[in-house]
Design a protein around this ligand. Structure first.
Ligand SMILES: NC(=O)c1ccc[n+]([C@@H]2O[C@H](COP(=O)([O-])OP(=O)(O)OC[C@H]3O[C@@H](n4cnc5c(N)ncnc54)[C@H](OP(=O)(O)O)[C@@H]3O)[C@@H](O)[C@H]2O)c1
Length: 253
């Protein structure tokens, strides 16, 4: 099977897999963070787990850019910059901001994260820099790109701020959990996940591609059920948890 026939087949499988991931996450949240358990077998220090798990996003996207036939255009550089803006921070900065010194991540999670990131970066990068046939220079002023980029930046800001609030909760060395306050935490339990979903929805719009859409669907399939689990967990854990706060969507859900 050649690369050109493998790509669309993988894309179809990717959408199907997102449904399975959603079902699995609804039944049982992935065992890391507050759901980490010794029963999951061998593990690695959480921050190094994040670095290993996220590295393919930078490496594979970089490789797709280099080998793509249509990499030397303003839209190609713009997409590379947007992707790297998110993933260089997520891979090499974010893990060291997390205040979870004693936390470990099972290798099963790290490996599944690596597999996801390799295929996802391949699907998106190969499309943008090669199979798309190249985005025209005028794409940067196309309403799809402009709206998608604005949505992406809004999601990025929400995600980064929400993660920052979480880091600050443990600024005095606490290891336990407390109720996050401020920003979108006023409205939802997981604004970091909301921001992430908004970001990749923006990416799907800006790239106007099935690969981008698959990534946005995967992100929602993975994070929406986890947001619901966190929301219920907060209510069980804290008797004074704000009643008006929703799980993921302000005023709705
Ligand atoms: N694109 C995707 O599909 C995808 C998938 C997963 C994650 N992500 C992104 O990766 C980032 C991290 O995800 P995550 O699942 O690790 O987020 P998370 O569970 O919210 O945890 C983030 C950090 O904050 C700490 N924390 C969370 N709630 C806390 C509280 N109430 N009090 C004190 N500390 C708290 C966690 O500690 P503990 O580790 O001790 O719980 C962890 O260090 C997020 O920005 C998320 O959007 C993206």
């Amino acid at each position: 099977m050649t690369d050109s026939s493998f790509h669309p087949v993988l894309l179809i499988l990717w959408f199907g897999l997102a449904v399975l991931v959603c079902v699995r996450s609804c039944r049982e949240p992935a065992p890391y963070g507050r759901y980490a358990s010794d029963a999951e077998g061998r593990s690695v220090a959480s921050k190094w787990g994040w670095v290993i798990m996220e590295s393919p996003t930078v490496l594979v996207m970089g490789a797709m850019f280099l080998i793509g036939e249509y990499n030397n255009t303003p839209p190609a550089y713009a997409f590379l910059a947007i992707w790297m803006l998110h993933y260089i921070q997520r891979t090499f900065v974010y893990p060291f901001l997390r205040r979870d010194e004693d936390k470990r991540m099972p290798w099963s999670i790290v490996i599944s994260g690596v597999v996801f990131n390799v295929f996802n970066a391949y699907l998106n990068g190969r499309w943008i820099f090669h199979f798309s046939g190249g985005y025209p220079a005028g794409w940067l002023t196309d309403p799809r790109f402009v709206i998608g980029a604005i949505v992406f930046v809004a999601g990025y800001a929400i995600n980064r701020h929400a993660d920052y609030v979480l880091h600050r909760l443990r600024r005095n060395g606490e290891a336990d959990y407390s109720i996050p306050q401020g920003g979108l935490y006023r409205w939802v339990s997981c604004p970091n996940y909301l921001g992430e979903i908004i970001e990749w929805t923006g990416w799907a719009i800006a790239t106007w591609s099935w690969a981008g859409l698959a990534f946005a669907v995967w992100t929602a399939a993975n994070l929406a059920p986890r947001a619901w689990s966190y929301h219920e967990w907060y209510h069980e854990r804290f008797a004074d948890y704000p009643a008006e706060r929703r799980a993921l969507l302000p005023l709705i859900w």
